[in-house]
Design a protein around this ligand. Structure first.
Ligand code: GLA
Length: 376
């Protein structure tokens, strides 16, 4: 496939020549209205009003929201007898006010899940039956509270390794390989109208997407509801290739489920290598090598990012009949998780809006992909 990145020299000129302003009348949700939903992940700081300009931007630009952390187990159910629904209530109210498609993320995951979940009062591991009961209680309580209001759930997140093996997690160890099936069954019991998704990263690895396809087929064969598969979309400038993405989208769509990009951002900060790893935490601040855009993004890098986003959205538009939603992981660069991963305290630029909430050239490239001009 020909990419803009490949002919980046020309594109740099083309992309930077077009001025984009914050008042640009065109919005993402309008641009893709006949194609797919465009979403953003939002967090507690947004819904409690700490970032009023950012949340206004979300209302203007996006027609779907995903909860960044506030519905993860550790946040919504930090102690055995304690649920913390205040941020989630505000999150849902915000989405309803703006008529958005509201996604709950996530019910069963191995990260951001407190260790008490897997232990009894005696700190000993629960039995399979006990953990199933606990999983069911959590899912019924959380999904049930927002029944008919949260439209879709990422039921299980990241259950597979890149080679397709089922990841060794406490869920698998204690319950067994069928823990995913139970999670989907419990979610459907709690809200029979909610759409239910499986969500993961690196799905361009053939082994991983084969395993996910098997999961979908086995749930379908057992009549367990599954509506879609989410591709997280934590991508880079040169991975995955458009061919890999194309193959992944086709394979999932052949399963007859919705396909979504659920956590899109493009990371192009250098990855620390193993040797540096030990020193990274100490040295990152001084290391221009690891934090090269602390002072801002040079025009040509901004233009490269625009090319990459343009290429990706051109492919997504080509597959618009298969893609249901594209959600960005965050609203603007200043609050992206990539400022703190895999190294804390760097300056990342992975999204369409910069730290001042201004649209970057990438924003324009994405809009262009929605309405390709005749000469492209
Ligand atoms: C994964 C999870 C998200 C989030 C991102 C990084 O992709 O699904 O909830 O934690 O990692 O922020």
């Amino acid at each position: 496939m020909t990419t803009r990145i490949a002919s980046a020299g020309l594109m740099v000129l083309a992309v930077t020549a077009r001025a984009v302003t914050a008042d640009d009348a065109r919005t993402l949700k309008q641009a893709f209205a006949n194609r797919f939903l465009v979403g953003a992940a939002i967090g507690t700081h947004h819904v409690i009003g700490e970032e009023s300009a950012a949340i206004e931007l979300v209302g203007r630009q996006f027609d779907s929201i995903t909860s960044e952390n506030l519905l993860k187990w550790a946040e919504v159910h930090p102690e055995r007898e304690q649920y913390n629904f205040a941020p989630a209530d505000k999150y849902v109210a915000f989405g309803e006010k703006h008529g958005m498609f509201i996604v709950g993320h996530t019910l069963v995951w191995h990260n951001q899940t407190p260790s008490w979940v897997f232990e009894g009062d005696d700190r000993k591991p629960l039995t399979r039956e006990q953990l199933l009961r606990r999983m069911r209680e959590h899912i019924h309580t959380v999904v049930g509270r927002y029944k008919g209001r949260i439209h879709a759930w990422d039921v299980v997140n990241e259950a597979f390794e890149d080679d397709g093996r089922l990841r060794e997690t406490p869920w698998k160890r204690i319950i067994g390989d069928d823990y995913l099936e139970h999670a989907f069954r419990f979610a459907h019991e709690a809200d029979s109208d909610a759409e239910l998704y499986y969500n993961d990263y690196n799905e361009w690895h053939p082994g991983k997407r084969r395993a996910i396809s098997q999961l979908v087929k086995s749930l379908q064969a057992k009549d367990v509801r599954i509506d879609g598969v989410g591709m997280q979309g934590h991508w880079g400038m040169d991975y995955p290739s458009l061919e890999e993405l194309d193959a992944t989208i086709r394979q999932y769509r052949d399963l007859g489920v919705k396909v979504m990009v659920t956590e899109l951002d493009i990371n192009f900060l250098p990855r620390p290598d193993q040797e540096q790893d030990a020193d990274v935490a100490r040295n990152y601040a001084a290391s221009e090598k690891l934090n090269p855009y602390a002072e801002g993004l040079p025009e040509e890098v901004n233009a490269f990012l625009a090319c990459r986003y343009g290429d990706l959205f051109e492919l997504l538009v080509k597959h618009a009949d298969k893609i249901d939603r594209v959600t960005f992981w965050g609203v603007h660069d200043g609050h992206s998780w990539l400022n703190n991963w895999p190294i804390r305290g760097r300056t990342a630029h992975p999204l369409l809006f910069d730290r001042n909430l201004q649209p970057k050239p990438a924003f324009n490239a994405v809009l262009e992909a929605a309405h390709p001009s005749a000469d492209q």
